[in-house]
Design a protein around this ligand. Sequence first.
Ligand code: ADP
Ligand code: MN
Ligand code: MN
Ligand code: MN
Length: 340
Amino acid sequence: MTYKAEYIWIDGTEPTARLRSKTRILPTGAELPTWGFDGSSTNQAEGHSSDCVLKPVFSCPDPIRGGAHVLVLCEVYGVDGRPHSSNTRAALLDVAEQYADQEMWFGIEQEYTFFKDGRPYGFPVGGGFPGPQGPYYCGIGADEVVGRDIVEAHLDACLTAGLAISGINAEVMPGQWEFQVGPAGPVEVADHLWMARYLLYRIAEDFGVSATLDPKPAKGDWNGAGAHTNFSTRAMREGYDPIIAACESLGAPGKVEEHIAGYGFGIEGRLTGQHETAPYNVFSYGVSDRGASVRIPWQVEVDKKGYLEDRRPNANVDPYVVTRLITNTVCEALAKADMV
Ligand code: ADP
Ligand code: MN
Ligand code: MN
Ligand code: MN
């Protein structure tokens, strides 16, 4: 007897990496072995020295194949045994371990857009545009919503896989949707988000539709796609001073540029100051303010404790990078201020 293991990894495509996967048949009961692939076909190696190594780091039931079949998320290593330059998970592990005592939790809101025949799913087939934004966000009905069958199939698949998915909603632009992953620790939330992205692409494929994380899929008066990143340390969940200190740490000199550089390619085109965004180069925070870089949810101000929402990350952000940057910046500042 055998089972199928779908090995999934993040490639070296610039400026935004893609997911790749291939199948390995294993004897029933066998552990997941280290494997390899041709890095010259994934922007991860030169043809004359093309072998890259796949190291399994997270696996879950495969909801598409069912049975005993599994999905296997991998880190990429060189044959020298060192993390490949495209391997952003390895760097996150160090930071997550360094600040593990602060018990950082993340909840990431993954927005995305369906495309069919070269245009956003639901945009008129003959060209042109649907009616202006307004009724689509959390809409119901065939005149306002497209792709719900795919979205429901994806939600069920994530639940069957045991991923920490916590909700879904239709977004402001037609054909645009969101799912949320978390709250969970920095490494876990990022592993689960990559796996949920894999399932999204894979399931939409069966419907003849492609899902994209393009941060600005339709130019003009249409919302972009983000990955709002909610986070809290234990101290933030217990009091308000750490909430404010965390906001201040993200606006400290040098931090705005460092974070924006890691929040996804094309961020300047999305964080324009319009469409519920703050300009990418000006840091701000405020209660209930969806035009700020960082929002303090109203309930958090009432309770005087809770979490923050960094609204800046693009839909195409690497979750290993955004959780590393926020953990490093916020936990370093809270440790210095003795707010642990
Ligand atoms: P929005 O109102 O911005 O659309 P969502 O409901 O889509 O917010 O997403 C909020 C996210 O915040 C969820 O993923 C949720 O799990 C996460 N979250 C809630 N509480 C915390 C917390 N204390 N720490 C980190 N994340 C949290
Ligand atoms: Mn949301
Ligand atoms: Mn949203
Ligand atoms: Mn949000």
